[in-house]
Design a protein around this ligand. Structure first.
Ligand code: ADP
Ligand code: ZN
Length: 211
C-alpha cells in the first residue's frame, strides 16, 4: 500500500499520516521530520535544508530526492509507505514514479487534504510540536503542553511564525498545487475536506481505500 498525502502546510498531513500509518502498519515518512532531525544533529544536510526552511521556501529537489532514495532503502517499506510532505513538486513526483516503476509497484492513492488558507493561518498560530517524536498538537485541544506519545515538552516550530507560514502557503500554491492535476490525470487522486474533524476525514479516507 503505497500512499502520499498532499495538502497545504498545516492541512493535517502529519496527523492523518500517523493515523493511517498505525492502522495499516506501514511507515509514515515525513521529509520535513527528516530535515528537522538533520538540523538537530547539525549535519551538513541539515544546515543546507535550514537555509530554505527558515525562509519558508522548499528545499531543492536534488536534496529531497537523495533523502527519499535513502529512506526507501531503509528496509521497513516492504508493506508500503505513506509520505507526508513529499512530493511537493512535479519533479519529485516524477522521481517517485520512477522508483516505483523500477520496483514494479503502483502508487495507490494521493490523498489531498483540502483546507482554506485562512483556516491554516489560524491553526498554525495554535500549533505546537514535540521536538522528540514530531507529534503535533493544537493548544486549544490540550491541557498541558506535553507530548502524549513520549512526555516531552512541546515547542513552537520556528517556521510556524505567521509571516513564514504565509510564505509557505504562497510556495505551496506555486509549486505543489500542480500535483493535484498530476495525480488527477493518473486517476489516483482522493480529495478530502480537512476543515472538519479528524475522525470524519479518516472515515472518508478509509472508505476510499477499501474500494
Ligand atoms: P508543513 O507541511 O507544515 O509545511 P513540513 O514539515 O512538511 O511541514 O515541511 C517543513 C519545511 O520542510 C517546508 O516548508 C520545506 O522547506 C521543507 N520540506 C519538507 N518536505 C519537502 C519537500 N518534499 N520538498 C521540498 N522541501 C520540503
Ligand atoms: Zn513526543
Amino acid at each position: 500500500m503505497n500512499l502520499v498525502m498532499l495538502g497545504a502546510p498545516g492541512a493535517g498531513k502529519g496527523t492523518h499520516g500517523n493515523l493511517i500509518s498505525k492502522k495499516l502498519g506501514i511507515p509514515k515518512i515525513s521529509t520535513g521530520d527528516v530535515f528537522r532531525h538533520h538540523i538537530e544533529e547539525g549535519t551538513e544536510l541539515g544546515l543546507k535544508a535550514k537555509e530554505y526552511m527558515d525562509k519558508g521556501l522548499l528545499v531543492p529537489d536534488d536534496i529531497v530526492m537523495d533523502i527519499v532514495d535513502w529512506r526507501l532503502n531503509h528496509g521497513d517499506c516492504h508493506k508500503g509507505f505513506i509520505f507526508d510532505g513529499f512530493p511537493r513538486t512535479i519533479a519529485q513526483a516524477e522521481h517517485l514514479d520512477k522508483i516505483l516503476a523500477e520496483k514494479g509497484e503502483p502508487l495507490v492513492r494521493a490523498i489531498n487534504l483540502e483546507v482554506d488558507d485562512d483556516v491554516i493561518i489560524d491553526r498554525m498560530k495554535n500549533r505546537r510540536v514535540c521536538p522528540k517524536c514530531g507529534a503535533t498538537y493544537n493548544i486549544l485541544h490540550i491541557e498541558e503542553e506535553i507530548c502524549d506519545e513520549c512526555g516531552t515538552a512541546l515547542i513552537i516550530r520556528e517556521d510556524d511564525e505567521e509571516h513564514t507560514v504565509r510564505k509557505r502557503i504562497v510556495e505551496y500554491h506555486k509549486k505543489s498545487q500542480p500535483l493535484i492535476d498530476y495525480y488527477e490525470e493518473q486517476g489516483i487522486l482522493f480529495r478530502v475536506k480537512g476543515n472538519e474533524g479528524i475522525t470524519h476525514a479518516q472515515e472518508e479516507i478509509f472508505k476510499d481505500l477499501e474500494k
